[in-house]
Design a protein around this ligand. Sequence first.
Ligand code: GSH
Length: 221
Amino acid sequence: MLTVHHLNNSRSERVLWLLEELGVPYEIARYQRQPNMLAPPQLRAVHPLGKSPVITDNGNTVAESGAIVEYLVGTYGNGRLIPPPNTPERLRYTYWLHYAEGSAMSPLLLKLLFTLMPKRAPALLRPLVRKVSNQALTTMVNPQLKQHMAYWEAELGKSEWFAGNEFTAADIQMSFPLEAASARAGLDDGHPKAMAWLERIHARPAYARALEKGGPYVVGR
Ligand SMILES: N[C@@H](CCC(=O)N[C@@H](CS)C(=O)NCC(=O)O)C(=O)O
């Protein structure tokens, strides 16, 4: 049986959602984040980096969400959730599948880090840490995020879904950056198409089933 090694409040929600869309049976091995937000050490027994998501299936261990999406769509999709080869949609699909983790998540992670740093710094150092964090946010992180969000908005103005007029697994992969941007980067301010896309994914029955099975999902602010 395919096993999803699922960390609470994490990217592995996307894998549950994809499996629900494909109707593939699976079981969930659950892991709880530690107070410092890191995954528990037990996850390192599944994969050396101990990150989530990771799946085990038929003797294969697959980590990294983009690779997991490719594996699941290739193994169980029968052509579903992926545009046909040699089409412009397929190229867009591949692009967004890689872009989500390769480009979009870095500034979103930096935003979280620089926002949390002053809150977690020792009281005496807090003013200094706040100053440095704010400078990094205003000069580097926020302008980049603005650019990424404007880009999503423009692309979703061309078609309803990221790869074209059909919902694909690239939309599942893009859900984490857009959820994170909505929680911490002000996506709701001036990006109506991106916000409507979020509403559309939330309305999908498979998304709701994944949430029900995976447990509450609160993206860090
Ligand atoms: N690019 C990786 C990122 C994996 C990752 O950082 N996962 C987070 C959860 S969203 C995690 O495991 N965090 C806990 C930790 O780093 O210990 C992927 O898409 O699979």
